[in-house]
Design a protein around this ligand. Sequence first.
Ligand code: CO
Length: 145
Amino acid sequence: MSQETPSHPTPDMLLTEIDHIAIAVRDLEAAIEFYRNAFGAEVDHREVVESDGVEEALLKVADSYIQLTVATRPDSPIAKSIEKRGEGLHHVGYRVDDCAAALEAMVAAGATPIDKAPRPGSRGTTVAFVHPKGAFGTLIELVQE
Ligand code: CO
């Protein structure tokens, strides 16, 4: 089925930054070590998000992050993704000023929300995920600081 584009007013540009690129890995320590050895990258922030079943290590790149992500339990979305597709790119986090408004705009443009409403993310952010189906194959996370 091709993606329908409902007609609606074009919003003002809602994205302020690439917040993070999330990479699903099996071994967080090994991935951190690799990024250190390859790029001299250091962990800026590390956090277990128990509600999502993940542990994240954030490596700062200018005003964005590389987010190395490991599953903390077998039913974690990261575990399922690695099972299906192996390690690698998992989602892109777009920084926005207003998560609810950006989610609404995406839905109006034909996307399918995973989160019906914004919810707490890591680093004290507010986030909402949008399904890759209806977003040209990319799992998108809207991130409001
Ligand atoms: Co994320």
